[in-house]
Design a protein around this ligand. Structure first.
Ligand code: NAP
Length: 519
């Protein structure tokens, strides 16, 4: 184990898919010491040991939590309040109690009442239609949002748990239990309800099996979550009844409208409806997983010193491969832009800027022939290029929490593959497991010559020697800076672009990616 673990002893009460995945990830990353798994059935307990999710197992909740400094309750939603009642008297001072339930209001009311200083409500926005500890995966939380509703919990405990969730590779987001329940009714519970209704409707056909030869990926995709554990969802719908019903009204009205347009063969209304549906789905910015049998695109990391032409090359390579270019610099500029809008100043308000960076949602969406950066649904592609935003982005990117939040967001964006990311430490820190890494460089003299030419074209009076000197100083600063120093990954392919045209560099990198993809 490397470093001090966040928690020496963890009790996972209800060690199934979610609890097991948390334990596997935390153990693998060395974030915890001993894990004791609690389950009612002998089968679950044996499986938890077998897959390596627990070091010990028991069916005795009270005994398991006595010595624990993190108690992770991941039983079905309907069982969590009673489990909290059962374990609360045994929780030792300074321990953190949290749950993974998909609804929060009822559970947090009980948690706040029984364990006001130590209960932190939680909901990892990760999972699958599979259940049980045998389906647990150490990477389940990676790049996923993890909602936390800490309410009265001790600040120090919250801080530690937030850091623990980040170290798991998830993205902690603070909310209130009520807001959480309102929002997940639309984002999670409604899709589930819809999938279940669709599945039940089709199951009532006289001969449902006759459908099988006609089934394509559409039905498979829209009913996937209907295969989840019925008892789990029974509890969720009942625990979040009023919000689920409100969400249901919304979609029932929408279905009536669609039905009306089809009944009346109203082509204009029907097309407008379908266009609105497409625009919404596109706005979610999903990177589609490659369909079965089709290979997913790779992740390409390009690092190198300033002036090596990385961003132009990265953009061209992305275009040639049909990949998304993730402009990490623009993301730091977007944080600077939103900080300026909020009247925050780097150096004075670093904590608030750090928090702001964790709340922003980034996407690169197609706009015409280009891809623009959207932050919180707003197209900021042009705003982030303003010189004053550029000036602020340098101190903003040196704030450790900003850097941390953006690296998490960048990993999340890269998770679907088919991306090109460029910077100083992409291949070593941001995406150390990128399938292709390129270190694009050129001699200081060559880079200075290019810069000198650019400046002269802009009618800026400067000598070549001045540009070269400045270049040397910048190289030295970039490789010795505390935050994100320039480093070449051991497994990166080095391309020295002296004497090469831009097109030649692009062609070499494209060929390298295709070679790796085929190999
Ligand atoms: P799971 O795989 O079925 O695991 C649930 C675990 O709880 C099992 O180990 C089960 O083992 C135990 N359990 C069941 N009923 C219990 C009861 N009445 N008292 C005590 N223990 C009980 O379910 P999961 O998917 O991990 O879900 C766990 C929690 O995470 C739920 O609250 C769910 O809402 C939430 N969640 C799920 C997902 C998802 O996609 N699955 C995503 C986010 C959050 P024994 O029966 O052997 O005791």
């Amino acid at each position: 184990m490397s470093g001090t673990p966040f928690y020496e002893r963890v009790a996972v009460v209800g060690i199934g898919l979610i609890g097991g995945s948390l334990a596997l990830a935390a153990k693998r990353l060395g974030l915890v010491g001993d894990v004791i798994g609690v389950a009612r059935s002998e089968t679950t307990r044996a499986a938890a040991i077998e897959v390596g999710a627990a070091d010990q197992v028991t069916d005795d909740v009270a005994a398991a939590v006595k010595e624990a400094d993190l108690i992770y309750v991941s039983a079905p939603v309907g069982a969590i309040p009673a489990l909290l009642e059962q374990l609360a008297p045994e929780v030792r001072l300074g321990a953190t109690v949290t749950d993974a339930g998909s609804t929060k209001a009822d559970i947090c009311r009980t948690g706040l009442h029984l364990l006001p200083a130590s209960f932190i409500g939680g909901h990892p926005m990760a999972g699958s239609e599979r259940a049980g500890v045998r389906s647990a995966r150490a990477d389940l939380f990676e790049g996923r949002t993890y909602i936390l509703t800490p309410q009265g919990a001790d600040d120090e405990l919250v801080e530690r748990f937030v850091a623990f969730v980040s170290a798991l590779g998830a993205r902690p987001v603070l909310s209130s239990p009520e807001e959480h329940d309102r929002m997940v009714a639309y984002s999670s519970h409604l899709p589930h309800l819809w999938a279940a209704a669709l599945a039940v409707g089709l199951a009532r056909l006289p001969e449902p099996a006759d459908l099988l030869p006609f089934v394509g990926s559409g039905l498979r995709d829209t009913t996937r979550i209907a295969a989840s554990d019925p008892t789990l969802w029974h509890d969720i719908f009942l625990a979040n009844r009023s919000n689920v019903l409100r969400a249901c009204d919304l979609v029932e009205t929408a279905l009536q409208e669609l039905r009306g347009a089809v009944t009346e063969a109203d082509s204009t209304r029907l097309l407008a409806y379908l266009q609105q549906a497409k625009a919404f789905r596109d706005s979610l910015g999903y990177t589609e997983p490659a369909p079965e049998g089709v290979q997913r695109g790779l992740r390409l990391a390009i690092d190198g010193p300033a002036g090596a032409g990385k961003s132009t090359v990265a953009r061209d390579v992305a275009k040639a491969l049909g990949y998304t270019y993730i402009d990490t610099g623009a993301m730091y500029r977007a944080v600077a832009y939103f900080a300026m809008q909020a009247g925050l100043v780097a150096g004075r308000d670093d904590e608030q800027i750090g928090e702001l960076s964790g709340r922003l949602r980034f996407e690169f969406r197609p706009v015409g022939d280009e891809r623009h950066l959207f932050a919180d649904g707003q197209d900021v592609e042009h705003a982030v290029r303003l010189p004053e935003v550029g000036r602020m982005s340098s101190p903003v990117s040196a704030i450790p929490l900003v850097r941390h939040n953006l690296v998490v967001a960048q990993r999340q964006m890269a998770a679907g593959g088919s991306i090109v990311m460029e910077g100083r430490d992409i291949g070593t820190v941001v995406l150390p497991d990128a399938e292709v890494k390129v270190f694009l460089t050129a001699s200081p003299q060559e880079r200075a010559r290019r810069r000198y030419r650019q400046l002269r074209e802009m009618d800026i009076e400067v000598s070549y020697e001045e540009v070269l000197n400045e270049q040397m100083v910048r190289d030295q600063r970039d490789s010795s800076r505390a935050v994100a120093p320039l480093r070449k990954a051991d497994d990166a392919v080095e391309i020295v672009s002296d004497g090469l045209q831009r097109e030649e560099v692009v062609a070499r990198i494209v060929a390298l990616v295709r070679e790796r993809q085929d190999g």
